[in-house]
Design a protein around this ligand. Sequence first.
Ligand code: THU
Length: 160
Amino acid sequence: MKEKQLTVSFRSCQWDELTPEQQQLVSIAKKQTENSYCPYSHFHVGAAVRLANGEIVKGCNQENAAYPSGLCAERSALFAAGASYPDSAVECLAIACFTQGHFTAEPQSPCGACRQVMIETEHRYGNKMQVLLYGDNEIYIFDSAAEMLPLMFVSENLKG
Ligand code: THU
């Protein structure tokens, strides 16, 4: 038996270390938390994606009384981008979470289903997607969504 290890690479930074473009996208994600429909969890998640064609597409979580029918902020933004601009790669995704009257102090990780969709998006366009996770104390930067999902399942896996 062999032990194997996987490493995940990301950076932590402060607001003033972000580029103006990154700050703009994170600000939009933060603003989007105001549009979140989350009467059940009261956990407001905002997302924004920047596309290769320069467009910015917004998302936020959409809950439902039948809980599994709801959708996370990240997927709402990525699916909206795919619906409106199917030919444009996604270059950057920013996410912010607001609950109990404030933005979370620490960055919050996207759920597994959203990571899977982020991976599909990278593969679809053959383009790395930077991911910015906002927290009041620090901001995480992943240069590729792939860093967030080691041992990912992609279309090549279907070939066996
Ligand atoms: N949520 C997101 O929008 N993104 C995630 O990656 C994790 C969770 C939402 C779903 C639900 O509306 C609320 O946060 C609580 O789970």
